[in-house]
Design a protein around this ligand. Structure first.
Ligand SMILES: [Zn+2]
Length: 335
């Protein structure tokens, strides 16, 4: 039986401070997309009506039943068009649902992180991809908690194409830059965004340990953002990338992201058109990887569970169930 914990109208006093008995029950209605009747209520403070649906993240959707399957497909390395074919819906429907999944993922993760105090150590590395074509590379810094493989933050920033270029490629780059302007390299801004998340997410006392390769930028930004608490441990990037490598957890995480996301695969047709969508997709992957998937296939314990953030592993339906756009006042995840 559903009991509303607060008035869903954000301007009503019973939204922030609900008193017992702030609502009265007002029957049910039968939506077309659900088999069960939905209970209705009226707030006695603001006199406005609402229903159980008002608390659901999928309110106002015509096909809420595709949400969980859509999340599964988004981390199953298929493109948007193939996802639409599998779900038997229009491509546009998948695109809109993808944007909705990304908002829900970001809010869900932010609400759990706001209450968490992670002890670390943390690991950081950047993976590279590109948007639209090879002349528009992007950098993707990924920050994890080392022991649980919890993805704390990701970011996407543009890079200028570098490396060894043939005379032909040099010419094409010049043409591209004549048309679109010189592409900025914003690795610094992107890394700053992910490391900045540690100011709120890291435990309030003790050192914040970051392990990474020897790129001086990480050390500089870490000291700038976290001050004396920042403890930087570097490891050679050229060491063999196997399980004995101290950076195995982050290397493994980034390899998994390339495996889950069609647009991060190398030599793919599904290359991201715009980096904003890659960022959205990374958020969806983080939600699934942190809260729905076991750290390994054998354990079944999720990263969020290992950190004591949530009591158990969640099914996609559960992380997509209740709205998360009220910050700390959002409905809690299922017990
Ligand atoms: Zn109210």
């Amino acid at each position: 039986m559903f009991i509303p914990i607060r008035c869903p109208h954000t301007h009503c006093p019973a939204h922030r401070d609900p008193v017992p008995g702030f609502f009265v029950r007002q029957g049910f209605y039968r939506p077309l997309c659900r088999s069960h009747p939905v209970p209705r209520f009226r707030c006695r403070v603001c006199r406005r009506g609402f229903s159980r649906q008002t608390f659901r993240a999928d309110r106002r959707q015509k096909k809420p039943s595709i949400n969980a399957a859509c999340l599964d497909l988004m981390v199953a390395c298929v493109g948007m068009r193939q996802a639409a074919r599998v779900l038997r819906v229009a491509r546009r429907t998948v695109e809109r649902r993808f944007a909705w999944l990304a908002r829900q993922a970001a809010d869900f993760q932010a609400n759990r992180l706001a209450a968490a105090r992670l002890a670390g150590p943390f690991q950081l590395d950047e993976l590279e991809s590109f948007e639209a074509n090879r002349y528009q590379p992007v950098t993707v810094p990924v920050l994890i908690e080392r022991r649980s493989l919890f993805i704390v933050a990701t970011a996407v920033g543009p890079l200028r194409r570098k490396g060894r270029l043939s005379p032909q490629q040099r010419l094409r780059r010049a043409e591209h830059e004549a048309r679109h302007g010189r592409r900025p390299s914003e690795s610094r801004q992107a890394v700053r965004r992910v490391l900045g998340s540690l100011r709120a997410a890291a435990a309030p006392a003790g050192p914040v340990v970051l392990e990474s390769d020897e790129k001086p930028l990480y050390g500089r930004l870490g000291r700038e953002l976290l001050g004396k608490r920042f403890a930087w441990r570097t490891h050679s990037a050229s060491a063999r990338r196997d399980r004995r490598n101290p950076l195995f957890p982050i290397n493994h995480t980034n390899a998994r992201l390339r495996h889950f996301l069609a647009r991060l695969r190398r030599r793919t047709w599904c290359v991201t058109k715009r980096r904003e969508w890659l960022q959205a997709h990374l958020g969806i992957a983080a939600l699934w990887s942190n809260f729905c998937r076991g750290i390994t296939n054998r354990t079944g314990t999720t990263p969020a569970q290992a950190l004591g953030m949530v009591p158990r592993r969640y099914r996609p339906e559960e992380v997509l169930g209740w709205r998360q756009d009220w910050g700390a006042l959002s409905p809690p995840p299922p017990a």
